[in-house]
Structures are given as structure tokens and as C-alpha cells.
Design a protein around this ligand. Structure first.
Ligand code: NAD
Length: 270
């Protein structure tokens, strides 16, 4: 059996993307092979109908169109070496690892290998991810189109033409869902502090973030204008925004957080 797509690593991100691809029909289970050493995670992948194995040694014979590497940056060089025999050939490689540059894959797989870096995020699991793509010069237009279509099943797709920007992308949309989840936690805690019961506090915080993000996305209005529409002169919102926006407090905090993530992404790539 020759498979079209091999997914290497079916943890948080690998499984989120795989679920999206299969759900949308962009991939069918019989075209897909998952390599994952963890037995429980392999069983979870098998529930989606795909064939699995523990490592590269279990790969079916033949030449896959795409190998998607979704393992941790700390092990990606060693794991990629297991697929070296597919380098410099017809197989294209996609890496979703934070930091790891194309040059690392070219060293391991050969410098004629088509390699695409993608920075996804976990909302990909429900088709609402943000996927950002950077491809090397060996990626054929039809492969780039196939990968873009595959990724579109998981959410919005954007391309950058300077690989260095992938560190900033990682810091904003790759890690970003965690910032928003923390914002929900913090707003819940603030709601409880204001006297609301825990369940009500959770509901209000989550639905407010969901509703505001949906309104921003669907109305197409600038977030600043939407903010003004909530803010009555000298009203309650103005009182809260004085706390968040005074001295650019929240903006400064987020800028520091994104910079910390960007620098860590650069470090992970070394
Ligand atoms: N989690 C996120 O939100 C997110 C977002 C964007 C990018 N990423 C990137 O995705 C990659 C995976 O992150 P994650 O959060 O899914 O980690 P994870 O630990 O959940 O998944 C990694 C998986 O790789 C498996 N693995 C280890 N060695 C392997 C091997 N030799 N062959 C096949 N599989 C092997 C592990 O068993 C594990 O299930 C990382 O490089 C990370 O930078 C993650």
C-alpha cells in the first residue's frame, strides 16, 4: 500500500491537524499513515480510521507525496533522519516545529528536498486554526497548492516570504491561543472576585471572548471601532479601559510576552 501522506507525531498538534483534514475530506484515511511511538496516541489516531505504526521502520513501501513532521523541536533532527531515504526525491516534507529552520532539514534530508514550514495552532482541530506557511525553492507549485488546500481544511492560511518571520508568527498565532485561554481564566477569576458564582463567571468570560472575536471577524470592522461602540463616555467600559490602556499597560505586557516567545523560538532553532 502506498500512502499519500505520512504524519510523524500524533500528539496535540498532529492530532488536531489530522482530525481537521479527515473531517473535511481533504484526506481520506486509506491514504494516510501515522507514525507515533505512544500506544495510546496511536489508538486515538486509529479511531480516525488511519493506519499507524510506531516509527519510520513501519512505513509502508512506496513514496508518499508528503511527510508531515509534528514532533518536538528537541527531537526533530533525529526523528527526521529516519526519513532520510525519502530526501532529495519526489516526497515533500512539512514541518510544524517551532524554531527549527529549513536549513536543519536540508542538512538531514539533502539540499534538493522540497521543505515547507507551517506554523499552525490548536483551533485547527475545529477548522478555526491559523496556519502560516514558508516554503523553500524546491517546492513545486502543485505541491504548494496541495498543502495550502490541506491546511485550508483546518482554518485560515497565510504565507510569509522571509523565513525569519516564522519566529514572530510562532509567537503570535502559534502560541496565541494559550494567551487567550489565559485571558479567559483571568476574566473568570475577576468575575468571581466581583461576586459571581464560578459557573456563571466561566460562562460570562468564555461567551464574551467568543462573541467579541466572532463579531470582530464577521463584521469586518476595525477592533478599535468595535471597542468604541461598547464604550459610553465616562461609563463603565471607560473605567475599565483606563486600567487596561493607561500607560499602554496591556499593550506593553503583550509586546513583552510576544517578544519572549519570539526569542525562545529562535533559541529552539539552534
Ligand atoms: N501544541 C501547539 O499548540 C503547537 C502549535 C504550533 C506548532 N507546534 C509544534 O508542533 C510540534 C508538536 O508539538 P505538540 O504540542 O503536538 O507536542 P506533543 O508532545 O503533544 O506531540 C509530539 C508527538 O511526537 C511523538 N513522537 C516522539 N518521537 C517520535 C518519533 N520518533 N516518531 C513519531 N512520533 C514521535 C510523541 O510521542 C508525541 O505524541 C512541536 O514541534 C511544536 O513546536 C505545536
Amino acid at each position: 500500500m502506498t500512502v499519500k501522506v505520512v504524519l510523524v507525531g500524533c500528539g496535540n498538534m498532529g492530532h488536531a491537524m489530522l482530525a481537521g483534514w479527515l473531517k473535511s475530506g481533504q484526506l481520506i484515511p486509506s491514504e494516510t499513515f501515522v507514525a507515533e511511538p505512544n500506544t495510546e496516541l496511536r489508538a486515538r489516531a486509529e479511531k480516525l480510521g488511519v493506519t499507524t505504526g510506531a516509527s519510520a521502520a513501519d512505513l509502508p513501501a512506496g513514496t508518499p507525496e508528503l511527510v508531515v513532521l509534528a514532533v518536538k523541536p528537541q527531537v526533530i533532527r533525529d526523528v527526521t533522519a529516519g526519513y532520510k531515504h525519502l530526501g532529495n526525491g519526489q516526497t515533500s516534507f512539512v514541518s510544524v516545529a517551532a524554531g527549527t529552520p529549513i536549513a536543519t532539514f536540508e542538512e538531514v534530508l539533502g539540499d534538493k528536498t522540497p521543505i515547507i514550514r507551517v506554523m499552525p495552532n490548536t483551533p485547527a482541530a475545529i477548522g478555526k486554526g491559523m496556519m502560516v506557511v514558508y516554503a523553500n525553492a524546491h517546492v513545486r507549485p502543485e505541491t504548494k497548492k496541495f498543502v495550502d488546500e490541506l491546511l485550508a481544511a483546518s482554518g485560515a492560511v497565510a504565507t510569509v516570504d522571509d523565513e525569519k518571520l516564522m519566529d514572530a508568527v510562532t509567537a503570535v498565532s502559534g502560541s496565541g491561543p494559550a494567551y487567550i485561554f489565559h485571558f479567559i481564566e483571568a476574566l473568570t477569576a475577576a468575575a468571581e472576585h466581583a461576586g459571581l458564582p464560578t459557573e456563571t463567571a466561566k460562562l460570562l468570560a468564555m461567551q464574551t471572548v467568543y462573541g467579541a472575536a466572532s463579531l470582530a471577524a464577521e463584521s469586518g470592522e476595525e477592533p478599535g471601532l468595535l471597542r468604541q461602540q461598547v464604550t459610553s463616555p465616562n461609563g463603565t467600559t471607560a473605567a475599565a479601559l483606563n486600567v487596561l490602556m493607561g500607560d499602554d499597560r496591556l499593550k506593553t505586557l503583550l509586546t513583552e510576552a510576544v517578544e519572549a516567545a519570539r526569542l525562545r523560538s529562535i533559541e529552539l532553532g539552534k
